[in-house]
Design a binder for this molecule. Structure first.
Ligand SMILES: C[S@@+](CC[C@H](N)C(=O)[O-])C[C@H]1O[C@@H](n2cnc3c(N)ncnc32)[C@H](O)[C@@H]1O
Length: 223
């Protein structure tokens, strides 16, 4: 389906490895939310857009067997020290139908121009009863439309409705100014999850200072 034609992260993989490993409290919150939503289990959990594999230890700690897929060979170079991982497109997962008990996609929805297509792939590869965790930047409060420079006051503007790809950012230290980001309003995200045939069972918001910067969803592939 061609979610993206160029592995944009190839040029930034060494930077990303240091960025995500050094992201301290943020990474701890991501991991705590993933653990809370996914819970303990057995069997393979596919980390879609696994990047450098930073979340593999969380999956292992919960009892899952992590396996990854990512488009970027540069990212996979780092990931392969942490989990078995293959090069592949999230929009055409190299995985058989109804074969997985669990999958997750963490901090990557904004890298994908057609996240609804990825959610349909998730529904295809999950077994009945299988779990899917979406974890991403909070679509209401993080994006080209949000200025965090006066945190805890966060200013959101009319670009919230703009779904296009953008490099605009209130700061110059993150992923957004390097590779840009897509934006999915929260209604689009929830509706796409449900439309893919996944049953939404839990929502978690996480953040500092009252304004959440992360949103996590747990959805189940019904029988
Ligand atoms: C911000 S990084 C997140 C990586 C990892 N999930 C994490 O939380 O650290 C986004 C990742 O999505 C990957 N990606 C982007 N488009 C993709 C696609 N169509 N299929 C698979 N991976 C993709 C990139 O190569 C990159 O590693």
């Amino acid at each position: 389906m061609g979610t993206t034609s160029t592995p944009a992260y190839d040029a930034h993989a060494d930077w990303y490895e240091g960025y995500i490993s050094g992201s301290g409290d943020y990474l701890r919150r991501v991991h705590a939310t993933v653990a809370d939503l996914l819970g303990a289990g057995e069997g393979r959990c596919l980390d879609i857009c696994c990047g450098t594999g930073a979340h593999a230890p969380v999956l292992t700690g919960l009892g899952w067997t992590p396996v990854g897929v990512d488009l970027s060979g540069g990212q996979l170079r780092h990931a392969r020290g942490r989990l078995p991982a293959a090069r592949g497109d999230a929009g055409a997962l190299p995985v058989a139908d109804a074969s997985l008990p669990a999958a997750m996609c963490v901090l990557a929805s904004t890298d994908l121009p057609d996240y609804p297509a990825v959610l349909r792939e998730v529904a295809r590869v999950l077994r009945p009863g299988g779990r899917f965790v979406h974890m991403g930047v909070h679509p209401c409060f993080v994006g080209a439309f949000a200025d965090w420079s006066k945190h805890p006051r966060v200013v959101v503007d009319a670009r919230y409705a703009d779904r296009s790809h953008s490099f605009d950012s209130w700061n110059v230290t993150g992923v957004r100014v390097r590779v840009g980001a897509w934006h999915i309003p929260i209604s689009d995200l929830v509706n796409a999850t449900v439309d893919a045939g996944l049953r939404l069972v839990r929502v978690v918001e996480a953040g500092r200072g009252g304004v959440p910067d992360l949103l996590g969803l747990l959805a189940i592939r019904d029988r």
